[in-house]
Design a protein around this ligand. Structure first.
Ligand code: ANZ
Ligand code: ZN
Length: 860
């Protein structure tokens, strides 16, 4: 039995056995604690890449470890298979998106299987399968019924190159997230989901996501973008109109010297003075063509025109001009702002450009920036002094200041509010406005409703028809799924190919039976991935959200939420926010009970090679398939886990792979050499061990402790693996020293140590572990064994007193870790101060070491 390590043979053998025995197939079992381990499902682009490998291997170790810990582990996998690349491939190669997608899935599935991942393939989901997207449509209908889906004409982000609408989340620095083309605006009728209605909950629940990385929570919070302030009404002079502004700096209201409206603001029609009408309407036309990202970019040019009308500042009662400007957005707040040039940089630049008045109303404490206000302190409230300065500071040019002071400070020039700190002033002004009925506290979110309409083919058809008599009519549930037609001509130009399919478009109104048209837009594929983790709970072919509506669905309440989610940081906002939103909607529909989908989240680092992210464009990709062929799954897994802790970037190194391979070979040889164990480890009698055997036992328990805690604490697999390597060295040394089998206990401890090593190695490199386990005569699967536990007693009692002699005479006693090697003991003995007095500069002839007992130094 001295075969060489043949990964190919072993790996395919065990993969087949696991699959045939259904080792990772799970069903709900209320008598056992569950653990739902999930990796983000891939887009079936063709081949897996190292990023996938890393992601799935991390998940697999967790899943296997938890199974050994006694959990009923759900570990599923599926395909996020709708989307643009399939259409692009269709255009490029003339293959149908369905064919391309299904072939890719088949190929990639084989690759995943070759990695020995412990998936329950009976729960595989595939989002382009009608069996799946039918439920997208069903959910859409439910959401629509609840008023959470609606259609509106809106200016959308449009990518000319992809010829599609992009969600805000898909626009990165004003460019398409996919093809990097500059995004433009387009007016289209679109379907929206009311994620805004969940903004406050999505935000407040951020603080309950204890298992999430701080960085992701911050990104989510920033994206939701809560902003607390007040809405205040500014009456329009000589008109029965009011302009409602939203501000977060109401403490600066005494410095509001003009009001500015968004070009899209409806009140413009009523208030623009006839003398200004042409100027204003030309301006509006011009700004409409400007991209929103340019409009809001702080560095871009602020432009505006005067409306010819005035508003009254309700606090100063001054008449102030009303302007229109590009930097005010209609979709945010009220679409109108009060401008305070001294304390808002945009307003400052605008005022400077157009010669509008500015007035200081906040001064930094103890600042000399504002001349007269140097000596102001918290308790100065006499307004006499401010009046003089007041007149000095209202100026039509900005001689006195060169930029806005946006910070906190002391309120000045603010009548009875002068002398307050700005923080407190905000409260007082808000109270005052509320008391006087001219304003109210308001919360605004940056988060916008999610536009899900896509003018693409390869997606879920939106289940809506348009009828001349009845208007918008949802497709009745019994008619689901609205099948995506397969006989299409994909040119890639001119919007959705579904438009041209008469059989698809022309239909009958479900309400009146008259002629009607089908919606031809498909859903954003992010809809598909917003609830796939719920779909896994049902199992392949069994998804039935309807059944969960009426009753408490046992599978859903058993498995959800996901205990551990693992994926890339690039999904920190997009996918994770949508998935949280869908979970909350589905909770409110009565489908699930949990408030949040993912208890814990692990965002793995990137795979780096030669200092750059591994990517096709950088030309530094390592194809996992080559790696699997050459070294096998176990080595590939081990390397990717050993090279870095999961959340850090993994620096690719060929030597690292070699190292992992050599380690597995050593373990292989070790077990093969000693595979004729005469005894079972159950015969081990820990009391009957000699010192050396005891030391090995201790090492085993130390290792169990270290590996367990490293896994439990933030999944630090790299240090866990290092500990296993150390243990394997110790076992190797032990075997070397005890070549001849001398006692039952010697064999028993060796066997025990090797078995523990294999058990602990198994989540990382499962195939070799199964093989060696079997070779040792064990009958069960390693994957089904219990994870070992350490004995505190064996770890605590770890120091022994070692006697040090010089030429046979006691000179010192030192405390050393039990089981220390001869080298360690020798070194410690020679370092002892007391010993040195006797050895001095004498020649050391010999050092005799009895482990855990004695060191005798022979000098001349
Ligand atoms: C007066 C003011 C004075 C402001 C000051 C700031 C500083 P966040 O935190 O982003 O919510 N604002 C409000 N609605 C706007 C819109 N539709 N388009 C562009 N800007 C808008 O910021 C809120 C601030 O952004 C508001 O407070 C308003 O300017 C501006 F010294 O009001 B502030
Ligand atoms: Zn009708």
């Amino acid at each position: 039995m001295n075969e060489r390590y043949n990964h190919k043979k072993i790996e395919s053998k065990w993969q087949a056995i696991w699959q045939n025995k259904g080792l990772f197939r799970v069903t709900e079992d209320p008598s056992r604690p569950k653990y739902y381990c999930l990796e983000m499902f891939p887009y079936p682009s063709g081949k897996i890449h190292m990023g996938h490998v890393r992601n799935y291997v991390i998940g697999d170790v967790i899943a296997r470890y938890k199974k050994m810990k006694g959990y009923n582990v759900l570990h599923p996998m599926g395909w996020d298979s709708f989307g643009l690349p399939a259409e692009n491939a269709a255009i490029k190669h003339g293959t149908h998106p369905a064919k391309w997608t299904l072939e890719n899935i088949e190929y990639m599935k084989r690759q995943l299987m070759a990695m020995g991942l412990s998936y329950d393939w009976d729960r595989e989901v595939n989002t382009c399968d009608p069996e799946y997207y039918k439920w997208n449509q069903w959910l859409f209908l439910k959401i629509y019924e609840k008023g959470l889906a609606y259609k509106k004409k809106s200016s959308v982000n449009w990518c000319i190159s992809c010829e599609t609408v992009l969600a805000n989340e898909q626009v990165i620095d004003g460019r398409c997230w996919r093809c990097d083309t500059e995004v433009t605006e387009k007016e289209l009728e679109q379907w929206f989901l009311r994620i805004e209605a969940y903004a406050d909950e999505l935000l407040s629940f951020c603080d309950r996501l204890h298992g999430w990385p701080e960085r992701v929570i911050t990104m989510q919070k920033n994206w939701i973008g809560e902003s607390r302030g007040v809405e205040i009404d500014f009456p329009v002079e000589r008109m029965d109109e009011k302009i409602r502004v939203f501000t977060t700096r109401q403490d600066t209201i005494f410095g509001a010297t003009f009001v500015t409206l968004a070009p899209e603001h409806p009140i413009l029609e009523k208030i623009v003075d006839s003398s200004q009408w042409t100027v204003v309407s030309d301006f509006i036309e011009k700004i409409k063509r400007q991209n929103r990202f340019i409009r809001t970019d702080i560095s871009s040019e602020k432009e505006g025109v005067f409306t010819g009308s005035y508003a009254i500042n309700p606090f100063t009662n001054e008449k102030i001009p009303i302007w229109v400007a590009n930097f005010v957005l209609m979709e945010y707040g009220t679409g109108a702002i009060m401008c305070v040039p001294t304390h808002d940089q945009r307003d400052f630049e605008f005022a400077e450009k157009y010669g509008l008045p500015i007035r200081v109303v906040i001064v930094p404490e103890k600042s000399s920036e504002f001349g007269d206000f140097v000596e102001l302190s918290r308790d100065v409230r006499s307004s006499e002094k401010f009046k003089i300065s007041n007149s000095q500071l209202i100026t039509h040019n900005s001689e006195l200041i060169t930029e806005a002071y946006e910070g906190e400070g002391l309120m000045v020039n603010s009548e009875e509010f002068s002398g307050l700190m700005s923080v407190e002033g905000r409260e007082r002004i808000a109270e005052f406005a509320e008391a006087k009925g001219i304003g109210r506290r308001a919360v605004n979110y940056r988060l916008r409703d999610w536009g899900i309409s896509r003018q693409r083919y390869w997606g879920t058809p939106i289940p809506i028809v348009y009828c001349g008599n009845c208007g918008i009519v949802p497709v009745p549930e019994r008619d689901l799924p609205v099948l995506l037609p397969m006989d299409v001509n994909i040119s890639g130009r001119g919007g959705s190919p579904l438009n041209g399919l008469r059989d698809f478009v022309n239909t009958i109104c479900p309400e009146c039976g008259g002629a009607a048209r089908r919606e031809t837009d498909t859903m954003d594929t992010f809809v598909d991935s917003s609830w796939y983790f719920i779909a896994y709970c049902f199992g392949k072919g069994n998804i039935d959200l309807n059944s969960a509506l009426s009753t408490q669905h046992s599978a859903l309440s058993y498995w959800m939420p996901v205990d551990q989610y693992i994926g890339g940081i690039e999904h920190a906002v997009l996918h994770l926010l949508y998935a949280r939103f869908f979970t909350k909607m589905m909770r409110d529909l009565g489908i699930v009970r949990n408030d949040e989908p993912f208890e814990s989240l692990l965002t793995q680092g990137m795979v780096i090679k030669d200092g750059a992210k591994m990517s096709k464009s950088k030309g530094n990709v390592v194809d996992p398939e080559e790696l699997l062929n050459k070294y096998g799954a176990d080595t590939s897994r081990l390397f990717s886990l050993f090279a870095a802790p999961p959340e850090k970037d993994l620096d690719w190194s060929d030597e690292g792979v070699e190292g992992a391979y050599r380690f597995l070979n050593r373990v292989w040889m070790m077990v093969n050499k000693s595979s004729e164990f005469r005894v079972q480890s159950s015969e081990l009698d820990t009391e009957g061990l000699n010192a050396e055997e005891k030391a090995l036992l201790r090492k085993v328990h130390h290792t169990i402790r270290k590996v367990t805690l490293d896994i439990e604490r933030e999944f630090h697999f790299n240090t866990a693996i290092a500990a296993l390597m150390e243990l394997s060295n110790e076992i190797g040394d032990f075997m070397f020293r005890t070549r001849v089998s001398e006692s039952t206990q010697q064999d028993a401890i060796l066997r025990y140590a090797v078995e523990m090593l294999i058990l602990m190695l198994s989540p990382f490199s499962p195939h070799i572990a199964e093989e060696l386990w079997e070779l040792m005569g064990n009958k069960q699967f390693v994957a089904e064994m219990r994870w070992p536990v350490w004995d505190e007693g064996l770890i605590r009692d770890e120091y022994v007193t070692v006697v040090i002699q010089v030429n046979g005479r006691l000179r010192d006693k030192i405390n050393m870790p039990a089981g220390s090697t001869e080298e360690v003991l020798k070194e410690a003995a020679l370092k002892s101060e007391k010993v040195r007095q006797f050895t001095g500069d004498k020649v050391i002839k010999n050092v005799i070491v009895v482990r855990d007992r004695l060191v005798n130094i022979v000098v001349r």
